[in-house]
Design a binder for this molecule. Structure first.
Ligand code: ADP
Ligand code: MG
Length: 326
């Protein structure tokens, strides 16, 4: 997945020797299996087979890869197209731009845009087809989250484990007891380069994923281009989101929504009204004087140094307030 994973297992009091090592190994194996199936960087992955299939040719896929593809497709709808796993041709185009340092030709951009959209793929039973040559799916905004969910599931079921955390490149899911015995604390990275955590939140159960334009970008002619594509323009996302942190019951949803809100910016917080259990914090504006906006249910942020005050954006319909009022 192009990053580092850290898996933590907290032993139950009755845990026997060797159980924790076995638990960690099964969790790691889940991450490796998901990567082997869903990475677009590995020629042998199921996803790569689908991305190079002749139009109409059925490609056998595991049930989990099909599940992730279906989830990606439904998230395309739910995010109003901001999360678009079919924007592979645009991702390739802008990656080549970053390597060459030259902006794309108008025609090449139009062609890559036209290849996007779920009309280019048919998802069937045990198989999928690519219907247009050149269409390409990229699960880089969601497969990591899915892998975290599977690894967490393995850890949770393993004997002798009382709690745990799976952290892949700063995206995490936690459950049960933490090493301190208190709720898990998850750090929020500053959008300024070279700075560590500037805030933290307390989470007892669930996933926290962050997307940040700061983390990966290309510089062309002194301008920074995000690795996240805005499918509405076909260009790297340019909203004012510096970093987006999403809390959700599962990492697959947190991961995808973090990518979507990087495209949509703080205005996208309103769209979470229909997503039960999904809460988000968007840091936006000038990196030297950043601002923060969050949904009403996002946990309070502990300031570890310079965290801006958080503007609460969304009055959730039918939500019950902490004082019991609606
Ligand atoms: P990170 O890899 O830093 O955790 P994200 O989770 O936001 O970041 O995922 C970014 C990746 O998602 C990109 O590298 C690319 O593979 C893919 N991607 C880029 N733009 C989009 C988009 N609009 N919708 C879905 N996936 C995208
Ligand atoms: Mg993501």
């Amino acid at each position: 997945m192009g990053t580092t994973a850290r898996i933590t297992a907290v032993p139950a009091s009755e845990a026997r020797a060797g159980q924790l090592d076995a638990a960690l190994e099964t969790a790691e194996a889940e991450l490796r299996r998901v990567e082997a199936r869903m990475s677009s960087w590995l020629d042998a992955s199921e996803l790569s087979a689908l991305n190079r299939a002749a139009p109409g040719q059925p490609v056998p896929l595991s049930r989990e890869t099909l599940d992730v593809l279906r989830t990606a497709r439904s998230l395309y709808e739910r995010t109003g197209g901001a999360f678009d796993a079919t924007c592979g041709p645009l991702i390739d185009l802008w990656r080549a731009v970053a390597e060459s340092g030259r902006l794309p030709e108008r025609d090449a951009l139009a062609r890559a845009r036209a290849l996007g959209g779920w009309a280019g793929f048919e998802l069937g039973d045990g198989e999928a087809r690519r219907t247009e040559a050149g269409a390409r799916i990229d699960l880089g905004g969601i497969a990591k989250g899915y892998g975290i969910d599977r690894a967490t599931g393995a850890l949770r079921e393993a004997p002798g484990v009382h709690g745990g955390m799976v952290d892949v490149g700063g995206d995490v899911r936690v459950f049960g007891a933490s090493p301190s015995g208190e709720a898990w604390r998850v750090g929020l990275r500053s959008p300024r380069e070279g700075e560590g955590a500037w805030g933290s939140i307390s989470v007892s159960e669930g996933a926290v994923c962050t997307s940040g334009h700061y983390a990966r970008y290309a510089e062309i002619g002194g301008r920074r281009y995000s690795h996240i594509i805005d499918p509405r323009t076909g260009r790297p996302a340019e909203t004012a989101s510096l970093t987006v942190t999403v809390l959700a019951p599962t990492a697959i949803r947190a991961d995808a929504w973090a990518t979507a809100l990087s495209v949509l910016g703080p205005a996208g917080l309103e769209q979470l009204a229909g997503e039960p259990g999904v809460e988000a914090l968007v840091v936006h504006g000038n990196p030297e004087q950043p601002r923060a906006a969050a949904t009403a249910g996002f946990p309070p942020v502990e300031d570890l140094g310079g965290f801006p005050s958080v503007e609460r954006r969304q009055g959730r319909r039918n939500a019950v307030g902490s004082d019991g009022t609606s």
